[in-house]
Design a protein. Structure first.
Length: 169
């Protein structure tokens, strides 16, 4: 144990660049922290009246959220509002029946992440349908054409998290 604690001058000299790096990193973080704190509140003038601001931790209880059914499956709106950092967000839970698509390929201002919990789907990327399966995470960038279809034999179950300035209410 003592041999590990007895460092040579060579060991000390070799560690100096790392110490300097972390000291610089710490200084940058301390300078950035006050700026981040002032930017963390959304501008009320840019948010529609009645829009939910997610400023507290919360559980969205699935048993309490209404389910809307249709010919392609069902969906459950989880939340829509604004984060304390100013981004508009929307989340929904969907069950897509085999052979169905929720809607035709489309594009929109906001970006979306789709978290595929169960099933097999195809995701439209740059004009080509690509396979995805349970556990995969799909991403749709702002203003990029994308689409989804269930190519499996069981319902596809997924969450969509949308983030963008057009979701502020």
């Amino acid at each position: 144990m003592l041999s590990r604690m007895n460092s040579t001058r060579r060991d000390l000299c070799l560690s100096l660049p790392a110490l300097a790096f972390f000291a610089e990193l710490s200084g940058v973080a301390q300078q950035a922290a006050p700026a981040a704190a002032t930017e963390s509140k959304p501008d009320p003038a840019k948010i529609a009246a009645g829009t939910k601001i997610f400023s507290d931790n919360h559980i969205f209880n699935a048993r309490e959220l209404p389910i809307h059914s249709g010919k392609t499956g069902s969906s459950q709106a989880v939340c829509q509002g604004v984060l304390p950092t100013g981004e508009g967000v929307e989340m929904h839970n969907t069950v897509l029946l085999p052979g169905m698509a929720p809607h035709p390929p489309h594009q929109h201002m906001h970006s979306e992440w789709l978290f595929l919990r169960e099933g097999k789907v195809e995701w439209l990327i740059d004009g080509k349908w690509e396979p995805a399966e349970a556990g995969d995470i799909l991403y749709a960038s702002s203003m990029k054409l994308h689409g989804l279809k269930n190519v499996g034999t069981v319902p596809a179950k997924y969450f969509v998290m949308a983030v963008g300035p057009n979701l502020k209410g």
